[in-house]
Design a protein. Structure first.
Lengths: 283, 291
């Protein structure tokens, strides 16, 4: 591992030996991954495998009990989400963290928070009186936000209150807001959950487009067709541990992975139709 | 008849404006943290007391008022830094209990640093009542109402237009989402404590010529401001203003037409009525979360 990372360019995002316990429960143990700029890495695993918990640690929502997180080579294990946003890491949530009472456009404009200039006394006054400089700046922010909304196919809903948008649209709205922070690393937690095939296709294109611009994309996804198509490498978690890692093809043929998926379905709930979203308990 | 009603209305609006300012202080801190800061009344007390003692020491009134607001803002920031920030991550209930402790502490310090007597400030524009349609209006009432309007406007402009204000609103709307886009919510909370303290102190400076002040006026003001915030809907700045004015008016009309003995009971009746009939308040958000 060490030899390999010396030879290759520094990963945009790396997690090493991540472990976390909730009470007596070891939710993650010795989990790690590394993803480079422009690469799409998928994290898959049965429900309760610890995928979202891993995201919460990497994005600073939880603090790991052991292990470390490196963003562009810099250690950020203890950094809170707002600092990570400033360092170029952004994410979406499986259960949506949207400003429901703002319009779609305002949500994305809020995502540009860090691109706004520092709040000096002069800027404060300029903002209070809406001087031309402030107005020009607000226009720039608005145009950038509109472009991002357009990119996720929500331009016509720009002025709609976020609370009135359907679930699939909110998923894309959250992606647009995450992109507004101009991230170098984008974490997507089940971007296609609850989306119909057409919407999933849009998400697929969106992810490929983002990655092609050099952004490192790490996603958690249950839609295996999407995972197989879009990701270059796949990490499989099961019961809080690493089960496998490799290209989509390798992972698909891995007997342990097949057993974990089939086993989980057969042993836990034989009659479960499809894969329901994971409970918020471990989100 | 009309004169009497007008008299009650003006005095109701005057004291209501003060409750509205206290309620705004509650609202700002609540929005940034889910914490109801029960030391809010002490900010009002400090504003009045510092002004009283500074003018007594020979400082001209405008400067004394400015110093009082500044000192109270410092106290608010220190309260956040020394009592709230170290307990970061504790539940809202724990933090609320900390603010109750801080309120008792500030009252104790004021008792020692100042004294236990009642104090008055002279009216800013004298104290000769202005006759208006048969009612007699204290000039200080106009100072209170005008000052409150200026503070409401300034706060509104700050929240609507400035980056820091927008960060405050984003934090109120969804704390996690705000952090994800890079808002430092700990700073927002510190800012909220500073601004709330400043608003409370300004209210204290404005109202002291009418109501007198002493080390312990904060308790009742906090409870009435809390009633106002509940009535308007916890978390809504507009609700805080409307709720404050309504509690003030109810109090003045109740005292005028029913009995002044029950004046202080009005605020508590309001709390009980709101909890029974309208737990979200007039402008409160409903607790719906989509998952």
């Amino acid at each position: 591992m060490t030899a390999a990372s010396v030879a290759q360019p520094r990963p945009a995002l790396a997690a090493e030996g991540i472990g976390i316990s909730f009470g007596g429960i070891r939710a993650l143990d010795g989990v790690g991954f590394a993803a480079r700029a422009g690469e799409v890495l998928a994290i898959i695993g049965p429900n309760g495998a610890g995928k979202t918990t891993l995201f919460n640690i990497v994005s600073g929502v939880y603090r790991a009990t052991s292990g470390r997180v490196l963003l562009g080579g810099e250690e950020v294990t203890e950094a809170p989400p707002e600092r990570l946003a400033a360092l170029g890491l952004s994410r979406t949530f499986q259960n949506l963290q949207v400003f429901f009472r703002m319009t779609a456009l305002e949500n994305v404009m809020a995502g540009r928070h860090l691109q706004e200039r520092a709040e000096t006394a002069a800027n404060l006054l300029s903002d209070l009186f809406r001087l031309p400089g402030t107005r020009a700046r607000n226009r720039t922010t608005r145009d950038a936000a509109l472009a991002l909304l357009d990119g996720v196919g929500l331009a016509e809903h720009a002025e709609a209150p976020a609370g009135s948008l359907p679930y699939g649209a909110l998923k894309r709205l959250e992606i647009a807001r995450a992109l507004a922070t101009a991230p170098r690393v984008l974490l997507l937690d089940e971007p296609a959950a609850g989306c119909n095939p057409v919407e999933t296709e849009e998400i697929n294109r969106l992810i490929e487009g983002v990655a092609s611009r050099g952004v490192c994309v790490v996603l958690i996804e249950h839609d295996m067709k999407l995972v197989m198509r879009v990701s270059r490498r796949v990490v499989v978690l099961n019961g809080g541990r690493m089960l496998a890692e490799g290209t989509p093809g390798e992972v698909r043929r891995n007997p342990e992975v097949i057993a974990a998926y089939l086993g989980a379905n057969v042993v836990e709930e034989p009659a479960r139709p499809g894969k329901p979203p994971e409970s918020a308990a471990h989100a | 008849m009309v004169a009497e009603l007008l008299q009650f209305l003006v005095s109701g609006l005057t004291v209501g404006a003060v409750y509205a300012l206290v309620a705004l202080g509650f609202t700002l801190i609540y929005n940034a943290s889910d914490v109801v800061n029960f030391a809010q009344g002490e900010f009002v007390m400090l504003g009045g007391m510092v002004t009283v003692f500074a003018t007594a020491a020979g400082v001209p009134l405008p400067l004394a008022a400015f110093l009082a607001v500044l000192a109270t803002v410092a106290v608010g920031l220190l309260l956040h830094r020394l009592a709230i920030e170290p307990a970061r991550g504790a539940s809202a209930v724990t933090l609320i209990i900390i603010t109750i402790g801080a309120s008792i502490f500030l009252r104790g310090v004021a008792q020692v640093a100042f004294d236990k007597r009642f104090h008055q400030l002279p009216g800013f524009s004298g104290s000769d009542p202005i006759p208006l349609l048969g009612a007699a209006i204290l000039p200080q009432s106009f100072w209170v109402l005008g000052g409150a309007v200026l503070i409401f406007l300034g706060l509104w402009l700050f929240l609507e237009r400035t980056l820091a204000g927008k960060a405050v609103r984003a934090t109120a709307a969804n704390r996690l989402a705000a952090r994800l886009v890079g808002v430092d919510t700990a700073k927002v909370l510190a800012l909220s404590f500073g601004v709330s303290a400043g608003i409370g102190a300004a209210a204290g400076v404005l109202v002291t010529p009418i109501t007198l002040t002493s080390y312990d006026v904060g308790t009742l003001l906090a409870l009435k401001g809390f009633a106002a915030a509940m009535l308007g809907g916890m978390g809504s700045p507009l609700g805080a203003v409307v709720g404050g004015l309504m509690v003030g008016l109810l109090e003045a009309l109740g005292a005028g037409y029913v009995s002044s003995a029950y004046k202080d009971a009005v605020a508590f009746l309001v709390i009980v009525a709101v909890l029974f009939a309208l737990p979200q308040g007039l402008f409160g958000r409903s607790g719906v979360e989509r998952v």
